[in-house]
Design a protein around this ligand. Sequence first.
Ligand code: HEM
Length: 526
Amino acid sequence: MSTKETNENDSVLAPGETEQTLTNRQGHPITDNQNIRTIGNRGPSTLENYHFIEKISHFDRERVPERVVHARGAGAHGYFEAYGKLGDEPIAKYTRAKLFQTAGKQTPVFVRFSSVIHGGHSPETLRDPRGFATKFYTEDGNWDLVGNNLKIFFIRDAMKFPDMVHAFKPDPVTNVQSMGRFFDFVSQTPEATHMITFLFSPWGIPANYRQMQGSGVNTYKWVNAEGKAVLVKYHWEPLQGIRNLTQDEAEKLQAKNFNHATQDLYEAIERGDYPAWELQVQWMSDDAHEELDFDPLDDTKLWPPEIFPMLPVGKMVLNKNPENYFAEVEQVAFGTGVLVDGLDFSDDKMLQGRTFSYSDTQRYRVGSNYLQLPINAPKKRVATNQRDGQMAFYVDIAPGQNPHVNYEPSSLGGLQETDRPGAPYEPFYSDKLTRATIDRQNNFKQAGETYRQFSQAERDELIANLANALSGCTTFIQEKMVSYFTEADADYGARVAEGLRQAKANGLGTAGHVGTHPANEGMEIA
Ligand code: HEM
């Protein structure tokens, strides 16, 4: 909640004060909020201006660091309602997570949608993946499903993420995003070909947040009461349908409104037109699946739905706007490590890297006690021995707990461990410790399949967007990218190459170099 909980002192009024009297945070009624204190009405100001200094120094600290990625976002509250089944089967066969078990069971949620690369007030029309992060406030504590709109990703190893983000973000010298730098990285990263195929098609600019899909992207596990696990992927299917924009449509919209997606979500909820998504799950047995031509832990791959069907498990409805953007949407903190009993990690290397990164950045971005903020705190009891730190708002103490005991174990009335119902899930590992790529990389096959599944209009748009973006890159990068598209599909490669020839004939790709470094020769700001 954005507003302060009422406390017993809220009704205490100083003489002459009403409920509406302005005060400072010390509770002092303010008699003059217009003039700083000066020597004479034209004189220098004095340092003991407590009200002014409190006001201005709080203002100086109004901004917290924005998210290093996904800075621009919009959010809403709602609920998730379980179907109690995985397709036609009782869901308990696959997971013991309580929120899924009973048909009709509702769990409150908060969702934050976002774009990825640019800053907090960047246009919502940009070609970019969209974030789709959901916090489920379950009876077992919070579960965060931190996903994107597209079902796959650019890279499959967390080690590459900071480099990828640097290449995609604005140039450190010019502060302008450059397709020369973007494709410099991508052309050295063949596993990105599939994601690039989606991103430069109309799927790279969802029309708004309500009419887009979501996906957990990475592979997770479900664990049942016997301690048996399966591999799963999560997908959100919008019940409003899917709508994407062409580059031309996005540019026209951006000229009029660069906040359209936030506005669309807010206004739909205000008028009672609540957006809803069905949660669908794909599963496979928990093993390496050598029979497949891809690795189930590789997030650059789709799990073909004809082999691994999308099975509905519940529905989510967003029916309440935030009361305060900063308190809720800006300070909300999602993480892939935030799971409840019955849900688990897989060995997906991206997922493991992400799981460290989220709470690490949030301790810095929001503060070490970020989990005490109402938007992040679970809607159930919390009793820990974690104490202190900046902005500690309360003590996680249990009723009847000896307040002198902030450690465990203790025989003096402290907190105690509990037994978890259900058999433990204890996978066994035996292999050498190594740094190595996975075996089944197969970087191009699915990109080709995706290209061929696109409609003619989607393919035309993809080719035009790629030719345009690549036209400012060096010949080396262009040739490398064309070779990847050709490996995916001969027609795909030939059409991008032809698009580049036409761009060159039309004089594109020759002007506006990024900086003066000799290696940038032939590259332009795109
Ligand atoms: C946000 C790291 C991959 C989806 C973030 C943030 C970081 C981060 C540091 C900012 C979090 C905050 O300030 O609260 C990483 C790393 C990745 C990775 C290290 C790879 C190793 C992905 C992937 C997806 C994704 C594959 C899609 C499934 C998101 C979303 C947000 C986000 C949706 C915004 C959450 C919000 O709305 O607050 N990521 N990320 N990330 N990431 Fe990732």
